[in-house]
Design a protein around this ligand. Sequence first.
Ligand SMILES: Cc1cc2nc3c(=O)[nH]c(=O)nc-3n(C[C@H](O)[C@H](O)[C@H](O)COP(=O)(O)O)c2cc1C
Length: 326
Amino acid sequence: MAAAGWKPLKIKNCEVPTPLLSAPMMNISGYAFRSLLGRFGGCGLYYSEMLSSRKVPQERAESAILSGLGKETQVMLQLVGNDAECLRASVKKLEVYAPFGFDLNLGCSRAKIMHLGWGAAMCRDAKGTAACVAAMRNATEKPITIKLRTVWTQKQQAKTFLRMLEAEGADAVIIHPRTPEKIFTRPAKWEWIAEAKSMLRIPVIGNGDIFTPADARRMLEQTQCDGIMIGRGAVARPTIFREIMALLKNETAPASPSKADILEAYIRCLGEDISTAKRTAELKTFCEYFANGLPVPHWFWGPLQGKQDAAEIVKLARSFLVRKKL
Ligand SMILES: Cc1cc2nc3c(=O)[nH]c(=O)nc-3n(C[C@H](O)[C@H](O)[C@H](O)COP(=O)(O)O)c2cc1C
């Protein structure tokens, strides 16, 4: 029996242990970061970074982006692309890793992605997107979620699009209520999450600007959403999921380790050879967002941007956290 304040989350008859999801984040949410979050607990479902559906069908098993897959049961693999056949082939190929399910990225607003008509650009192409969702639906029995941005000016346009996703067989939607042009300087408009929740039968997951347990409770209360996805807040504070669950259950959360200890735990999760291009990229992006919200001096920030060598990045991050006693 769940305590007041939260309900168990089910996506297509599959139980998610808690209604808290970790967000897909390019060059962060790989196996190492998912393992780090897993150590602290509280997260019910972990999203991979976006995987190009154009490349996945040709990807070799030893490829860095497939690293760790097959060892986790609670992982959602996020695909990006607008070609129904590529998406179908990608789902078929990735099923062998027995993920929890698949997500389609309709949220990425990077110019490179939008230019291809992928990511958030697909929210303006209902017909093409319907074919993509249908292709994924026909390729798997596993849960399919859709993560999107709110590109529309009118709520009615959003409603029509969301109804289409539900009709094509999506099992849940994740709403990051910002237009593609809006970067993180403006707050996410949570009222769009509430609007979606009021009209859909499938679960609605809210996303955007959760940095503390109190933020999470506020989003649940204000929007009545079925679950919450956390991105930047989970990198800055990887213990946030267990802290939220403690708050929702009226319990006391375990004490948080120091930032320096979390960094060491993350480095261990990255594995023995952190000098491979993919792991170094993950380490660098992790450090960038891990330092978010801290009084970051320019002697840390500037050099971090320029560094390409994993050992030097580790040295810099260690010296910063230890010097600051964080
Ligand atoms: C470094 C970084 C990489 C991201 N990569 C992806 C991605 O691969 N796929 C995706 O759907 N969203 C991606 N996002 C967006 C996040 O999943 C999330 O929607 C956004 O950060 C808002 O949530 P937050 O306020 O909890 O961070 C990324 C965000 C960041 C900061």
